[in-house]
Design a protein around this ligand. Structure first.
Ligand code: UDP
Ligand code: MG
Length: 147
């Protein structure tokens, strides 16, 4: 069973999309094993987006991610990393197809609503970065057999 990290970006909170986005993952059958609202700072964003530090849009990305609180979620399920990536849709808002979260709720790439881990390795690193071990709860999902 895989786990993946989703960040509901500041625009998601500001636009009142949190319920809708979380609902999609729940309905898909993914199991929520951790969730919290935090105000991100520059220090953690430099680690999380280390691969993008040299990109010209990094300052904009960093400031955008600090513009309001975010909701951090850890979802568990079969092939959770790929499933959630596919549900998120393409990075570039104009390429994100309708039916995906980005394709339904974003028009401009910097405002692409959510972050989703891009590999099992990234997921493990990101979950460790944002959650302490005791914040992840391995509860028994009574409905799991139906998914
Ligand atoms: N981003 C941007 N312009 C770009 C590429 C990325 O504003 O040309 C932002 C966008 O919000 C994206 C984030 O930087 O979600 C992280 O980029 P990454 O390439 O990791 O895309 P993701 O994994 O989020 O799809
Ligand atoms: Mg990425």
């Amino acid at each position: 069973m895989e786990r993946t990290l989703v960040i509901l970006k500041p625009g998601c909170l500001q636009r009142g999309l949190i319920g809708e986005v979380i609902s999609r993952f729940e309905k898909r059958g993914l199991k929520l094993v951790a969730m919290k609202m935090v105000q991100l700072d520059e220090e953690i964003l430099k680690v999380h987006y280390a691969h993008l530090l040299d990109r010209p849009f990094f300052p904009w990305l960093r400031d955008g991610m600090m513009a309001a609180p975010v909701i951090l979620c850890c979802w568990e399920g079969y092939s959770a990393v790929q499933v959630v990536r596919d549900m998120a849709g393409a990075t570039k808002a104009s390429k994100a197809v309708p039916g995906t979260i980005r394709g339904d709720y974003s028009l401009h790439t910097p405002h692409n609503v959510i972050h989703a881990s891009d590999s099992d390795e990234s997921a493990k690193r990101e979950i460790n970065l944002f959650f302490k071990e005791d914040e992840i709860i391995d509860w028994h999902d009574e409905n799991a057999k139906w998914f």
